[in-house]
Design a protein around this ligand. Structure first.
Ligand code: ATP
Ligand code: MG
Length: 569
């Protein structure tokens, strides 16, 4: 490609709207252009890099045994009504009507469509297991589209769906996908980690996310310093040391004037925080059912775990006004000896083993002491709803948990019979008995992976592409386009590289070399070749973008040298 003819509009200034490095650099390098919030055009450079990732994903999916299909974006509402998601997807789903007033959605994902295909086409166990995938644009009206391609409202995803006769077969495919994703992200030269993930209200044990590690990541990943346990904080668990046993006392009211927080209570009564229990009032956003949620005083509630236990789409704390209207003593609420109507109690497991604990007195300025779970009160549900924090003990070994930021680029998921059951997708087993399919689904955010790759590969001057996903590998710069020797050598090397299928840009613009160097660094070509002073002798200067190292290389050796360096950079 000739720079003079290319559609590359680099920017000197960083556009104000961009917060993350990848977003800034993609805009500055002229890779993408915003059309609306979370909606972008891929300009030639951006599209080339995107296609490289897409091809790696396609090759690895094909070699995993999955077959490529291409399903419609436009999806009839009836399918979504069948699965129940026409309502539960809420505002995230883009909806529209056709000219006959029929409801449609722009596909945010494709479980419904694929299940519909399979239930019509596959009737026998003989066709199983089966895996299909596509690389397709998805539409989600995200509440907070941001960070450029990272959280778009229109984005490119690879989604795969597998169908099985039983869980054993699903487990095999899950492992196969795990290995496939590992190869994909390895080939993209990304530093990543597979972690335990929240399975949503669907439940089940098999859900893993692949996170590209980067400071700007929206997710927190907790990982053990001595074993391979790693989890999204949403799903993380830890070991809590047990408290020593005590003889149970009798609940007693203690006066705690104006002491409405745990930290004040601990100081005021001079008690260990581990002996306190706090009560938080939550509401199910769908049904409005109110819950009193109990955790140990020094712990916090994990709202993702909470919403899963309740099996709803979301939970929210009661507002001060709602608490007042319900005549609850804010700051002094507790499960013992209170009169609550239509309130369900959910206790975190941590509460059960605290002997003689302290909790709200259910009247202003009072707490109870010596309260014990079961003896004095009971919860409707006991579950792990605790937010795990850095430094806590690993749930699997004696190590400790550390924290890192991650960008979720992939998610593999055991769906089980969730969709096949609601959509009545069945096959006949070898005894002629009708059974629902057992399913898995597996996503990779291709456009998000592109942004994540830039988050991990940049410096103050711009992007540093790994060759495997670079839009162009080499940037050839004749020091002066008016110098015949330099121009001739630059053209000769450009032709040679191109003939060898090494994608190359020749910067034939009538600009100063410094200006071109800046653009080259910003765009992130892994290698720069300058035809300068030694052009007459057939020698060029080769610079490695990642290390800054420069070498003098003769025109005869240049192809071999670039090919060799591409293996490392
Ligand atoms: P998130 O928690 O980030 O919203 P998700 O759980 O909704 O992700 P999935 O439905 O599992 O995501 O989608 C599969 C993959 O698609 C994700 O792992 C992610 O890489 C990508 N993805 C999801 N939402 C977006 C988005 N708004 N923009 C870009 N990529 C996305
Ligand atoms: Mg999402």
């Amino acid at each position: 490609m000739r720079f003079s003819k290319s559609y590359i509009k680099t920017l000197k200034e960083t556009p104000k709207e961009a917060e993350t490095v990848s977003h800034k650099l993609m805009l500055r390098a002229g890779m993408i252009k915003k059309l609306a919030s979370g909606v972008y055009t891929y300009l030639p450079l951006g599209l080339k890099a995107l296609k490289k990732i897409e091809n790696i994903v396609r090759e690895e999916m094909n070699s995993s045994g999955s077959q490529e299909v291409f399903m419609p974006v436009l999806q009839p509402a009836e399918l979504w009504q069948e699965s129940g998601r026409w309502t539960t997807m809420g505002a995230e789903m883009f909806r529209l009507k056709d000219r006959n007033n029929r409801d449609f959605a722009l596909g945010p994902t494709h479980e419904e469509v694929i299940t519909d295909i399979i239930r019509n086409d596959i009737s026998s166990y003989k066709s199983l297991p089966l895996s299909l995938y596509q690389i397709q644009t998805k539409f989600r009206d995200e509440r907070r589209p941001r960070f450029g391609l990272m959280r778009g409202r229109e984005f490119l995803m690879k989604d795969a769906y597998s169908f099985h006769r039983d869980y054993e077969s699903l487990d095999e495919e899950f492992q196969n996908m795990y290995a496939t994703y590992t190869r994909i992200f390895d080939r993209c030269s990304l530093k990543f980690r597979a972690v335990e993930a929240d399975s949503g209200a669907i439940g089940g044990t098999g859900s893993k996310e692949f996170h590209v590690l980067a400071e700007s990541g929206e997710d927190e990943v907790l990982y053990c310093d001595s074993c391979d346990y790693a989890s999204n904080v949403e799903a993380a668990t830890s070991t809590v040391p047990e408290l020593s046993k005590e003889e149970y006392g009798k609940p007693e009211l203690v006066s705690t004037p104006g002491i409405s927080s745990i930290s004040d209570l601990v100081e005021f009564l001079n008690i260990p925080v581990e002996k306190t229990v706090k009560a938080m009032m939550y509401k199910d956003m769908v049904t409005d059912q109110v819950y009193m949620v109990l955790v140990r005083g020094d712990f916090d509630v994990n709202e993702v775990k909470l919403k899963n236990i309740i099996n709803t789409l979301g939970v929210v704390l009661l507002t001060d006004e709602e608490i007042e209207n319900s005549k609850l003593a804010k700051g002094f609420i507790g499960p013992y000896n209170g009169s609550y109507q239509n309130v369900k109690i959910i206790a975190d497991k941590s509460v059960i083993g605290i002997p003689n604990h302290y909790l709200g007195g259910n009247k202003k300025d009072y707490h109870y002491k010596n309260v014990n779970y079961i003896k004095d009160y009971e919860a409707d549900i006991i579950a792990d709803i605790r937010l795990v924090k850095v430094g806590e003990s690993c749930p699997r070994c004696s190590g400790h948990l550390h924290s890192a930021r991650g960008i979720e680029t992939g998610h593999i998921f055991k769906l089980g019979d969730k969709y096949s059951k609601s959509m009545n997708a069945t096959y006949l087993d070898e005894n002629g008995i009708s059974r629902v399919f057992i399913m898995g689904c597996y996503g990779i955010g291709i456009s998000r992976t592109l942004a994540a790759a830039i988050e991990q590969n940049n410096d103050d001057n711009g992007i540093i592409w790994p060759s495997v996903i670079a839009p162009y590998i080499v940037d050839i710069i004749p020091a002066s386009i008016k110098d015949n020797e330099q121009m001739k050598l630059a053209e000769e090397i450009y032709n040679k590289l191109t003939e060898n299928f090494i994608e190359t840009m020749i910067d034939d613009r009538d600009e100063r070399p410094g200006f071109k160097f800046k653009d080259g660094d910003l765009i992130g070509f892994p290698f720069r070749i300058v035809a300068g002073k030694k052009a007459k002798e057939g020698i060029v200067e080769l610079k490695i973008r990642r290390t800054g190292e420069t070498l003098e290389v003769s025109k005869e050796e240049i192809i071999g040298k670039i090919k060799e360096l591409m293996k490392t950079y």
